[in-house]
Design a protein around this ligand. Structure first.
Ligand code: TRP
Ligand code: ZN
Length: 487
């Protein structure tokens, strides 16, 4: 393996100098002969967000060291990204929106060790693409570490559908939310759901505030008026469900009957209203494990902020975020996402209904099992058009098929959620309850900690019930335009 131990000095590193640096690098590449790496792609051709993510490598671990001061609104970060090259690479991209890059180094990671000293890398920025040109080309199959030091005031993004994500400032701190693209506002990375990795997230804040993130708290220290919280996620995580919540929180640690840690962080203004619903987390987890199979992560919980701070919930891994005290249905929904979305993650944003259809169907099943409407009744009400109070909403259900959202602005509309759940109900009607629950559990098991798309799902269902015919369901309910002729 090539050694990456040399540190080069006097490299032009500002973005203004980057085109010059690139020209030199290309000239050097042309002279040196031999097999040369090519730049990795600047996107992974997502049908809805083509420039999201990057080609040529696969991240295995993010080690983020962040410090944030709500007073100055400034974030300072070091992202150490361990990745494996999937092609020979002369350069590769990371996604990072806003913020200033102060230094980038790249070094080889020898198997089992940390490798030699990392070498300064050249970089160049264009939009949210941070192009890194390591001192030495990377070989296909090589594991390498990229360290990016950065700082600045992180941005809030407005999505195609008008909602806000990225770095949200809250009354007492900040909240990082990343669906579908916002995580690039607070750390550089491969921000496409298809590249999942483990994480260590270490956050330093002024003493008196807390920093809550995904996974388990490994360490908590205070020094010179600042508090540092170190969180660890061992299981693979897509960057859109990574989170950091900074502020004043009442933090409670309990456990389920099986000993799974339950860590909840609640804004004190929401504490009274949240007490009862959050106390039902263990019961919901038990019901979901019974129906969906073993829970895929090492802890669970919730983060509750104020409704003024965030106006939607998000299934951030192990610790979903809620806009004020959640009701039971919303808890059921976000916790169901831990199986469907966080553990089994869509290959692209087109496969979003595999998240939302399942999490919505989980709500229907919960109601059915807890003296509410049956899933059949919910399905019928949606089909008849008397589900919503507003006839326009009843109609909007048929505006596009679940597996083909009409555009990025519509990936969180009712055809993805409710009509997605209707697809699952059609499958249940076709195969019967026993096989249907086998499918719910088997699907979660087959792609546990991985990625899957709609074709994987239809193939899985067909294999689970070889004698059934799903042609009409796929054609009319899953991929078909307009309202299916019969329920
Ligand atoms: N996934 C969230 C939920 O169902 C909703 C959501 C938040 C969302 N942000 C989004 C959906 C962006 C699509 C795109 O709880
Ligand atoms: Zn959802």
């Amino acid at each position: 393996m090539v050694s990456r131990a040399r540190r080069i000095t006097d490299v032009p590193r500002s973005s203004a100098a980057a085109p010059f640096a690139l020209a030199i690098a290309l000239a050097l590449t042309a002279c040196s002969g031999g097999v040369q790496g090519k730049p990795g792609a600047s996107g992974v051709s997502d049908p809805y967000f083509p420039k999201l993510g990057n080609g040529g490598y696969d991240v295995t671990h993010y080690d983020l060291t962040l410090s944030y001061d709500p007073g100055t609104k400034r974030l300072k970060g070091t992202a150490e990204i361990t990745a494996k090259a999937t092609q020979d690479l002369s350069a590769f991209n990371l996604d990072l929106k806003g913020l200033d890059v102060d230094e980038v180094t790249v070094g080889s990671v020898e198997s089992g060790g940390t490798g030699g000293e990392d070498a300064d890398a050249r970089w160049n920025r264009a939009g949210h693409e941070l192009t890194v040109r390591p001192h030495d080309d990377l070989d296909k199959g090589e594991t390498f570490r990229t360290t990016v030091r950065y700082s600045g005031t992180p941005e809030t993004l407005t999505d195609p559908d008008g909602s806000e994500e990225g770095w949200l400032r809250t009354a007492d701190g900040a909240l990082a939310l990343g669906e579908p693209t916002g995580s690039m506002t607070w750390f550089p990375g491969n921000h496409h759901p298809s590249d999942k990795a483990s994480y260590d997230i270490k956050v330093t804040v002024p003493e008196g505030l807390q920093a809550v993130s995904n996974g388990e708290l490994k360490d908590e220290t205070t020094l010179n008026g600042r508090a540092t919280f170190t969180w660890h996620s061992a299981e693979p995580m897509a960057s859109y469900v990574a989170t950091v919540a900074i502020g004043t929180y009442d933090i409670t640690r309990t456990a389920t009957k099986n000993g799974l840690p339950v860590i909840v962080a609640v804004d004190p203004t929401q504490a009274a209203a949240s007490k009862k619903p959050l106390a039902s987390i263990p019961e919901i987890m038990e019901w979901e494990e019974y129906n969906f199979g073993p829970y895929p992560f090492s802890s669970t919980g919730a983060i509750v902020d104020r409704q003024d701070d965030v106006d939607y919930a998000l299934e951030t891994q192990t610790r979903p975020v809620f806009p004020g005290a959640p009701d039971t249905e919303l808890l059921v929904h976000e916790l169901a996402h831990q199986w469907y979305g966080d553990s089994v993650t869509p290959k692209t944003w087109r496969d979003m209904w595999l998240n939302e259809g399942f999490a919505t169907y989980a709500e229907w099943l919960w109601q059915e099992d807890h003296d509410g409407d049956t899933a059949e009744e919910t399905f019928n009400s949606l089909y008849q058009g008397d589900y919503y109070d507003d006839p326009d909403l009843d109609e909007a259900l048929w505006s596009f098929p679940p597996a083909k959202p009409s555009s990025a602005a519509h990936i969180s509309d009712s055809p993805v959620y409710e009509r997605g759940a209707m697809v699952l109900h059609k499958i249940r009607q076709t195969v019967g309850d026993d096989t249907f629950y086998d499918i719910l559990q088997g699907w979660a098991a087959a792609h546990r900690h991985g990625n899957a798309d709609t074709a994987d799902f239809t193939a899985y269902v067909e294999k689970s019930a070889p004698d059934a015919d799903f042609t009409e369901i796929w054609e009319d309910w899953l991929y078909g335009e307009g309202k299916p002729a019969k329920p």
